[in-house]
Write a protein that binds this ligand. Sequence first.
Ligand SMILES: [Zn+2]
Ligand SMILES: [Zn+2]
Ligand SMILES: [Zn+2]
Length: 141
Amino acid sequence: MPDYDAELQEAGIRVTAIRSLIWRTLRQHIRNAFTLNDMVDLLVTIDKSTVFRTLTLFSEAKLLHLVDDGMGCQKYCVCHCHDTEVHHGHVHLTCVVCRKTWCLDELEIPHVDIPDDFTPLEREYVVKGICAKCKREWGRR
Ligand SMILES: [Zn+2]
Ligand SMILES: [Zn+2]
Ligand SMILES: [Zn+2]
């Protein structure tokens, strides 16, 4: 089992009982992009504002990516960037029917030439569509 507390320390985060619990829960139970409410549902003993502040801390420490799912919903996902110097993110798929967002961790965002006078901080690449499960249910109607 990975040492989750060590992952926090390596990211420069001081480990507390609550941070440790939130990070461990997230790493063990979440595989794709998630919302604040998804986390609150998993962490019944911790209040929502604490969960929000902790997720913000994790995002600032680059343990999480902030994801706009393309449908007006703020989500997060665990950073698996191989090169930790460059937090360039990966492609996401959002289903417009069930509104789930999947991470394509191995698929880096394609390079795009942008004007020299604009300094990029973060990039996002979301493909909206219909997932396989929703498509099957669609076909049965
Ligand atoms: Zn990353
Ligand atoms: Zn779907
Ligand atoms: Zn992701």
